[in-house]
Write a protein that binds this ligand. Structure first.
Ligand SMILES: C[S@@+](CC[C@H](N)C(=O)[O-])C[C@H]1O[C@@H](n2cnc3c(N)ncnc32)[C@H](O)[C@@H]1O
Length: 207
């Protein structure tokens, strides 16, 4: 098993119990995503965690398939889907990366609170691009700690050494936007929800 999968498997139960950290920023993010979704859309979410956002957005689209590298996250997500009798959501265990096929093309591909945690950023974006239909949308939200690293530059390596934190990129907003464009997308909307440290929201159309 990949070390990152082991970390996220271990974190899954706690992650499922945690309340949303910033309700206002989450509501704003959902509002912006909803404004792009259509009732006949086929949507993919990668790095879906315990499936809360997938289950929240699914009623607005035709079908939503959500994936995560952690089997434990997916087990919890599937349990929630059964409890809610969600008819148009499916979940599967899958790490985002080159050559991965989630059954695309999809009208919308989302990765929320994910890209700063992926070691191969270009590989992940290329895989997401490959799963996006021509003219389809990529919607991402990414913590850009490179803009305001503060104490994290010191604390994170220690936490990682003792297995209490995953891999984290210290991304800058401009570098992330450029990587998204280099993966074959044209950015049509950005925002930061919350603003500090910036959780950078991007909507981009596949060229
Ligand atoms: C911070 S959580 C975010 C979960 C959810 N998207 C949300 O916004 O609540 C990051 C998730 O990404 C998953 N993840 C990390 N690296 C991944 C990878 N390479 N491929 C797919 N999922 C990954 C983790 O297992 C975890 O569930």
């Amino acid at each position: 098993m990949k070390p990152s999968a082991k970390f996220w498997d271990g974190a899954a139960q706690k992650y499922a119990r945690q309340p949303v950290r910033d309700e206002g920023a989450y509501a704003q993010t959902l509002d912006r995503i909803r404004s792009y979704l259509k009732s006949d859309d086929k949507v993919l979410e990668v790095g879906c965690g315990t499936g809360s956002t997938a289950l929240t957005l699914a009623p607005q689209v035709e079908h939503l398939h959500a994936t995560d590298l952690s089997q434990r996250m997916i087990d919890i997500a599937q349990g929630k889907a059964r409890a809610q009798e969600a008819g148009n959501v499916t979940f599967s265990t899958m790490a985002v990366g080159p050559g991965v096929d989630a059954g695309g093309p999809f009208d919308v591909v989302m990765g929320l609170n994910l890209l700063h945690l992926v070691e191969d950023l270009q590989g992940a974006l290329a895989a997401m691009a490959a799963q996006t239909a021509e003219g389809g949308l990529l919607i991402t939200k990414t913590v850009c700690l490179g803009e305001k690293p503060g104490i994290w530059r010191l604390v994170l390596p220690v936490m990682q050494f003792i297995g209490k934190a995953p891999f984290v990129h210290f991304l800058k907003i401009a570098d992330l936007d450029r990587a998204i464009e280099q993966a074959g997308f044209e950015i049509i909307e950005t925002g930061n929800y919350p603003a500090s440290p910036p959780s950078h929201f991007v909507v981009a159309r596949k060229r």
